[in-house]
Structure formats: C-alpha cells, structure tokens
Design a protein around this ligand. Structure first.
Ligand SMILES: Nc1nc2c(ncn2[C@@H]2O[C@H](COP(=O)(O)OP(=O)(O)OP(=O)(O)O)[C@@H](O)[C@H]2O)c(=O)[nH]1
Length: 446
C-alpha cells in the first residue's frame, strides 16, 4: 500500500499521545520531531514540512488543546485537520461547462499514465456521472499513442476521435470540438503529446491547443512514484500553462506519498483524481480528508461504501454495509459477496480502508492473492450449511473432508478460517468505534 511507512510512523507517534490526560509543551515538541522525520522520510518537500510543523505546533500548544478534557485526542485532531488542509481541504470537483461540451486537456510527461488516465476518466464520467464523453487522440508524436487510445476506446465501447498522425494537434482539437457538438458529447478529453522532459516545443504546442480548445480543465497527469520530481513537473507546467488540477497516478504502488502531500502546497493546484491501478476503473476522486484519515489509520469507510455503490447493486451494498456494521458476516455472505467485492478492487486495498486496519497484526494474513480466490470459493462450497454459519464447529475431521472436497489442503482450509476470523475481528472493532453515533458513520476525532 502507498504511504505505508508514513502511515506506520505517524500512527505510532499518535498512539503515544492519544491517551494522555495532560499534554505538555515538551510532549508536543517530542511528537513534532517524530512527525517531521516521518514526513521528510516520506519525501515531502522540506519547506512544506517546516510550515506544517509550525502550524500544528502552534495549535497544539494553544487553548483548543490545552484546555480540552482530552488533549491527546485534540492534538491528533489538529494533525488530521492540518494534513487535510495540506492536501487541499475540500474535495475539488470537476468542472461542468454551461456551454457544453466541457473540455478537458490532459497533459503530462511520457509514461506518467496520461493516455490510460484519459480512458479511466472518460469511463468514470460515464459510469458515475452519466456523461457522454469523447476521447480525442492528439498525441501525434509517440507512434503507438493514437492506437493505444483507440484500443482503450474499444475496451470501453466509447468513441475516439482521431485523424492519424499527419494532422496537427491544433487541427485535431478544432475538428474534434465540431464533432463533439454535432454528436452531443458533453465532455471532450484531449489526450495531448507527452515528452521525456519539459521543452519549449511541447509547451508551445500545448498553448496552441489550449488557445483553440479553451479548456475548462487542464489536468496534469503525474506519477506519484517520482516523488519530488512530480512536484517540480507540476510546478513548471502550472507556471507555463496554468493547470486546474493534477491527477496523481500509480498511488497503488509503494510510493512514499511525498508528492501527494506536497503538490497542492507547492503549486497551489489541487489534486483532483488519483490512479490506483492499471485497470480502467482504477481512478478515484481525491478527497483530502479521507486521505488524511487513511494515513492516520482512521479508515476510509466512505470510499469503501461508495465503491460498493458504484460496483455492487444498491440493495447488496446496503446489506454488505449492515453486515459489516453488525459483524454478522457468515461464510455464506462471504461467498456471495466475494465476486462483488472483487469488482471493487484488490481486497487488500479495501481492508486498508478500515479504521485501525494498519495496526491489526492479522492484516498481513488477510492479504488475498487473486489466484487463491478460486480455492477460497471451492473451500466454502465444500462446507455444510452449519459449518458456513458457525465456523467454530470446525474440527480436524471436518477440515479434512473440506480439503478433500475442494481439492485443497487442510492448511489452506485453516488459513481461510483464520483470515475469516481476522476479518470479523476487524469488523467488530469498526463497529465498536461507530457505536453511540447515530447519524452517519463517524470515528473518533472526526
Ligand atoms: N499501477 C498503475 N499503473 C498505471 C496507472 N496509471 C497508468 N499506469 C501505467 O503506466 C504506464 C504508462 O501509461 P500510459 O498511459 O501509456 O502513459 P502516457 O503518459 O500516456 O505516455 P505518453 O502517451 O507517451 O505521454 C502504463 O503501463 C499504464 O498501465 C496507475 O494508476 N497505477
């Protein structure tokens, strides 16, 4: 998971102060030293770190904390709020032009994931917002770029406007806009050329495309794994072209997170979306508060539920949510939801969204290899009804029978039982954290 190191360190630091009935300035200082190191190690821009520490320190020794009955928790609340602010505060929404189509120019360096992201964004606009996007292939330099976009279009069953690589990007953009109007497309996504480095020729061309297409949004696609480089690239693009948003890709990798935490502050440009995988549905709107919550181990159940709502039918999503809340989840549900949950993304990522999941020792055991899922299905299908409802009755001979019936081994059966138990424990923990709050899902310090 991205941010793992940062999340671990911050959570450890927070754990030390959480329960304190009294917080002295020395405590705050000590904590800030650790937070500072954690951020620097995560490759957050040093100036951003300095400002952040200053703001948190000032607030942490202020009245709001010192006079409170739960100062430890107040400090954590301050850290969370400042972390949220650092990443842009409010979620930044995508523009809607009152004179359709809304035009989005996608820019970025080669390999950042620009073409893939254009496809993902078109997919999201259609799936989540019911829009009718048009993809435009305006990268005439990289030989395979047009073809790549056309292939994406086919996969998505979505039209791609292309005029080959002998027509200038400006002309492609002009014709694409005419086409979009005639065909009543309400979004136009222009996939522009990337370069290995920022150069004048590229910028000139992008400016011309900008002039002619008058985009409502100019999204820079940057690779989160490149850390500070991503921040520098964003800075230059913003200065020369004026960006309206950044899409941070490859946040599924083991990025340390520095780019996500520095970009907004350094460039004053909000992160609008994050890429979380190679698949065409692996793009999410960026919510600073939820991200802060995830980093601090408070979970991100809202995203989890939204994922369920987009990928699972509404009835089922409600059921799943209810079962997770009451922790009355049986193997039958597990099997039924398995397919649906898989649609939502890698299970490991989903579990990462549960509060406290990072700290659960069992989490490492819960990692499910996609290839093992068919084994899991076979094992559950070999259980009797009673076993599925009450796994506690499972003894050695039952396990042997199940292993044989599913063509697996007793170890595998044991592993599944353990994973299931861990998962239930986690759900229980989640429930106890939400207890007593009637409206919506709230967690401590939120
Ligand atoms: N893991 C992961 N891979 C991604 C993500 N976004 C894009 N990629 C991969 O990154 C690689 C480069 O993506 P492209 O879309 O081809 O790159 P590009 O920026 O369009 O390149 P140019 O068209 O030359 O500018 C591809 O293999 C993508 O599958 C992401 O969010 N996560």
């Amino acid at each position: 998971m991205a941010f793992e190191g940062l999340a671990d360190r911050l959570q450890n630091t927070m754990a030390k102060i959480r329960g304190k009935g009294k917080v002295s300035e020395a405590d705050v200082k000590e904590m800030m030293r650790e937070v500072r190191l954690a951020l620097l190690e995560a490759d957050v821009n040093f100036k951003v770190v300095k400002d952040f520490i200053k703001r948190v320190s000032e607030r942490a020794v202020g009245q709001e904390v010192m006079k409170s009955l739960t100062p430890g928790q107040q400090v954590i609340k301050v850290v969370k709020e400042e972390l949220t602010d650092l990443m842009g505060g409010e979620q930044s929404k995508i523009a809607v032009s009152n004179k359709p189509p809304t035009v989005i120019m996608m820019v970025g360096l080669q390999g950042a994931g620009k073409t893939t992201t254009s496809g993902k964004l078109a997919n999201l606009l259609r799936k989540k917002y019911n829009r009718k996007p048009l993809l435009v292939a305006a990268d005439i330099y990289r030989p395979a770029a047009i073809k790549q976009l056309e292939t994406l279009g086919k996969q998505l069953d979505m039209p791609v406007f292309a005029l080959g690589d002998q027509v200038s990007p400006v002309e492609i953009a002009t014709k694409a806009l005419e086409f979009a109007k005639a065909e009543h497309h309400d979004y136009v996504l222009i996939d522009t050329a990337g370069r290995l480095h920022i150069d004048e020729t590229l910028m000139d061309e992008l400016e011309k495309v900008k002039e002619i297409s008058k985009p409502d949004e100019i999204f820079l696609v940057v690779d989160a794994m490149t850390g500070q480089d991503a921040v520098n690239v964003a800075k230059s693009f913003n200065e020369q072209l004026g960006l309206t948003g950044v899409v941070l890709t490859k946040l599924d990798g083991d990025t340390r997170g520095g780019a996500a935490l520095s970009i907004r502050s350094v460039t004053q440009t909000p992160i609008k979306f994050v890429g979380l995988g190679e698949k065409l549905d692996a793009l999410e709107a960026f919510h600073p508060e939820r991200m802060a919550s995830r980093i601090l181990g408070m979970g991100d159940v809202l995203t989890l539920i939204e994922k369920a709502q987009t990928n699972v039918d509404a009835e089922k999503a409600k059921e799943l949510e209810q079962k997770m809340r009451t922790a009355s989840f049986t193997f039958d549900d597990f099997l039924e939801q398995l397919g649906q949950v898989r649609n939502m993304g890698p299970l490991e990522d989903l579990l990462g969204m549960l509060p406290g999941a990072n700290k659960m020792k069992g989490l490492k055991n819960v990692q499910v290899d996609e290839k093992q899922i068919s084994h899991v299905e076979a094992i559950i299908k070999s259980m009797t009804k009673a076993e599925k409802q009450n796994p506690e009755i499972m003894n050695a001979s039952r396990k042997k029978r199940i292993a044989k019936g599913s063509g697996t081994s007793v170890q595998e059966v044991n592993r599944l039982l353990k994973q299931f138990e861990d998962m239930k424990k986690m759900m229980k923990q989640m429930t106890s954290m939400t207890k007593g709050k009637k409206k919506g899902i709230k967690f401590p310090f939120m």
